[in-house]
Design a protein around this ligand. Structure first.
Ligand code: ATP
Ligand code: MG
Length: 269
């Protein structure tokens, strides 16, 4: 199953959700392909590939330009996390990395059928994995459209704040309005992850209610709390399991969110 993770608002936690859902799924034996569709290449770095590495690599930029069936295979690399307690975890996560020049593909958006190029590239490749997670940039432009056109479903990530909720609603409405044009007439939002929830902020409690009113049963629980240990794992490009006892509650939370993803997986079979 291919899942586009999106919000038309930056800094919501899309990349964080992908990295640590991938971790949770891999920990239970699932094979995960993470596809970086953001020229910021944050997901690529968090799975172990910094800017210097990426210069030499085949990335989503070349894969989309090639527009050949299955050519994403040329870009697939392994996750570089090291985790002595579970050395096989990282081996179950693969990555199609991105580089800053993925932005150049945007200029080709006007070419007929160009939005289908990632879907074509992943054909016969994504099938080797239980889950493919597509990390969209915080826009509704061509790179996100490539992700949506290659996706079976959409998961939104937001902070319980006004601009984040609006960004998530725009994605939902964009999908509803354009799914036929994207060649995915069935595409819809199937999950909403609330991130950086801070119980001490009244605002967050209030907006958590608006998120529930807007998205109803699509909201996955629990919300991911705002925690320094998560920001530290992100910064150090490590799995949560490498951060010891302080990260354990977050390991549990991402595992519970992964359960909700698995329900969609099982329903899709
Ligand atoms: N639950 C959390 N607790 C603490 N810090 C967090 C949490 N989630 C995200 N962050 C912080 O917020 C930053 C942005 O998160 P992330 O990169 O996942 O967002 P994004 O939606 O992918 O952003 P972009 O729109 O730029 O792609 C992270 O670098 C991290 O420092
Ligand atoms: Mg991101």
């Amino acid at each position: 199953m291919r899942i586009a993770v999106a919000n038309n608002k930056g800094g919501a936690g899309k990349t964080t959700a992908i990295a640590h859902l991938a971790e949770a799924l891999a920990a239970r034996g699932r094979r995960v392909l993470a596809v970086d569709l953001d020229p910021q290449a944050n997901l690529s770095r968090r799975l172990g590939y910094g800017e210097a590495d990426l210069t030499e690599m085949v990335t989503a930029a070349e894969v989309v330009a090639a527009n050949q069936k299955g050519c994403a295979a040329d870009a697939v690399v392994g996750c570089r996390w090291t985790l002595p307690a579970d050395p096989d975890l990282a081996a179950r996560i693969d990555l199609v990395p991105a580089r800053y020049d993925l932005e150049a593909r945007v200029a080709e958006a006007g070419q007929l059928g160009s939005h289908e190029r990632l879907d074509v590239a992943l054909t016969g490749v994504a099938e080797d994995y239980d889950v493919t997670l597509l990390d969209c940039p915080p826009s509704l432009g061509h790179l996100t459209q490539l992700g949506l056109a290659a996706a079976d479903t959409v998961v939104l990530v937001l902070r319980p704040e006004y601009d984040h909720l609006q960004g998530a609603i725009r994605v939902r409405d964009f999908v509803a309005a354009y799914r036929r044009h994207l060649g995915r007439p069935e595409l819809a939002v199937s999950g909403v992850i609330v991130n950086e929830h801070d119980r001490r902020r009244g605002l967050h409690a209030w907006h958590t209610d608006s998120v529930a009113e807007t998205f109803g049963g699509l909201v996955w629980s629990p919300p991911v709390p705002s925690r320094a240990v998560l920001a530290e794992a992100i910064d150090a490009a490590q799995p949560l399991r490498a951060r010891g006892a302080p990260a354990r509650p977050l390991v549990e939370i991402f595992s519970t969110l992964a359960d909700q993803l698995e329900v969609r997986l099982d329903a899709a079979v």
